[in-house]
Write a protein that binds this ligand. Structure first.
Ligand SMILES: Cc1ncc(COP(=O)(O)O)c(C=O)c1O
Length: 380
């Protein structure tokens, strides 16, 4: 017998309480029972996003909300800035290009965060920038971008909005939407929201809603204004992913019971322990300067292919982590610590990593990732 451990940056494990709720008989989405669930979910999402705005939900993966953000807020030819420092930054550029926006790209080496100055310079040189797009956490490289600082640059520009992909940021670290002046925040269900894949979320500031009024791009299913109109009446425009919404109610109750600040602190602790663990056995962090608390990207040791680390963990130990993508393929592997994870998940992941590395011929030299992580986790 071999147990399976899911330590990838999405999908992430789903708590038993949530699985149980989702296994109950289906309820009808226009019946009072659903309305009750949905009302609770609407309030819980505002708490999670730290906003007074409506948080819209769609039956889609996170990319659906990303596409919706572009289609609902801009018009063909609008000039926007995207940060190309990983797979998902690239995706903003691809979506914007698909919709005929004029994309100015800031190229950032993978593993590094964008410097706010780079954005400030481009904004200063282009008074007609309509949007700035970023990842709060660039999952492909394990980088956290300076969201708060970039928000400061955009905040006072009436004709520019700041669009944040928080797919592995929401529920991991603080991104107080209203306080920081984030104009659009999108996320997905299968990350820190501890749900199966299938829900996408988007919240818009007042400024972003004004952009929505003048945007001329076509949209149908991902029509934010239509969805908000329905949400205010306690319903969804189309058939929602009822089971996932029922699960979401449980998740939001769990997050509220733990407290958002404690949720963030837990992720920080687990991330710190993971980083200390891998470094203790001589491995280098791929994003040492601005690491995300959602996922730790680790450079594969000299002579070992990162994909072999991933494969050995899965086949020999039943542990699923993620490898590198595109230019980072083979060079890195990624250990996630977001969502329904605790101390012993980190210990399990690091213990299995040590064993897999030994299998691949890596000399641990009596060093221990587990021990280093324990030292962090034992601190109160
Ligand atoms: C930062 C980031 N943005 C966007 C996405 C895309 O989300 P989805 O795969 O749910 O469409 C992901 C998925 O891993 C992500 O990590």
């Amino acid at each position: 017998m071999k147990k399976q451990y899911l330590l990838a940056p999405g999908p992430t494990p789903v708590p038993p309480r949530v699985l149980q709720a989702m296994s109950m008989p289906i309820i009808h989405h226009r019946a009072p029972a659903y309305r009750e669930v949905f009302e609770e979910v609407r309030e819980g999402l505002k708490y999670l996003f730290q906003t007074q705005q409506e948080v819209l939900l769609f039956a889609a993966s996170g990319t659906g909300a990303m596409e919706g953000a572009v289609a609902n807020l801009f018009s063909p030819g609008d000039k926007v800035i995207t940060v190309n420092g990983g797979k998902f930054g690239e995706r903003w550029g691809q979506i914007a290009n698909t919709y005929g926006l004029k994309v100015l790209t800031i190229d950032v080496p993978w593993g590094q965060a964008v410097e706010p100055r780079q954005i400030a310079d481009l904004l200063a040189a282009n008074s007609d920038i309509r949007g700035v797009f970023i990842q709060a956490s660039e999952t492909s490289t394990g980088v956290m971008h300076p969201v708060r600082e970039i928000a400061e640059l955009v905040r006072d520009r009436e004709d520019t909005i700041f669009v944040v992909d928080a797919v592995t940021g929401t529920g991991v670290f603080a991104l107080p939407m209203d306080e920081w002046g984030l104009d659009v925040v999108v996320t997905g269900s299968q990350k820190a929201l501890m749900l199966p894949p299938g829900l996408a979320f988007a919240a818009l500031s007042e400024k972003a809603w004004r952009f929505n009024e003048t945007s001329t791009l076509p949209r149908y299913y991902f029509d934010f204004a239509k969805e908000r109109k329905n949400a205010i009446k306690g319903q969804n425009a189309y058939t929602p992913a009822v089971s996932l919404v029922v699960g979401l109610r449980e998740v939001l109750a769990m997050i509220r019971a733990e407290g958002l600040e404690n949720v963030f602190a837990r992720h920080e602790r687990l991330a710190t322990a993971t980083r200390a663990g891998v470094q203790a056995i001589g491995l280098a962090l791929f994003a040492p300067e601005s690491p995300s608390n959602a996922v730790t990207a680790v450079c594969a040791p000299e002579g070992i292919d990162g994909q072999d680390v991933v494969k050995t963990l899965r086949t020999a130990y039943g542990v699923t982590i993620a490898g590198g993508q595109d230019q980072a393929k083979g060079k890195i592997f990624r250990l996630a610590h977001l969502g329904y994870v605790d101390d012993l998940d980190v210990i399990t992941g690091l213990g299995a990593l040590e064993m897999a590395l030994m299998d691949l011929g890596y000399d641990l030299k009596e060093r221990s990732a587990v021990r280093a992580a324990q030292m962090i986790l034992k601190q109160k």
